[in-house]
Design a protein. Structure first.
Length: 107
């Protein structure tokens, strides 16, 4: 008998649990930071018309929800969506942080 494969629905149900676990692992305000991050994903999904599970999945794939305390990752990415700013290299693909700021009219 083959072991049963997890369904897509069961995977999607695990996302909030994983987010809560990651927020507790990060220390400090822990759960409240994780909750506010989850709220931010919920609001972004609604504002931009993107399914929340998709945002969560992409974010987890890019960063494993690791926090670098406002500093870039070793590959130059910031935040849960790994927006990048790589000085000295003109490739626009390496400057997603600047592009996101322009699109949102933010500095």
């Amino acid at each position: 008998m083959k072991p049963s494969r997890p369904t897509r629905r069961s995977f999607l149900l695990l996302i909030p649990i994983l987010l809560a676990a990651v927020s507790l692992r990060t220390g400090g305000a822990g759960a409240s930071n994780g909750l506010s991050l989850q709220v931010a994903f919920h609001k972004a999904a609604a504002e931009f018309g993107v399914p929340e599970p998709l945002l969560l999945s992409v974010s987890y794939h890019l960063t494993l929800w690791e926090d670098h305390g406002g500093r870039p990752s070793t590959s130059g990415g910031y935040g849960p969506m790994h927006l990048t700013r790589v000085p000295g290299l003109p490739d626009p693909a390496l400057h997603t942080l600047d592009r996101a700021a322009r699109l949102l009219h933010a500095t």
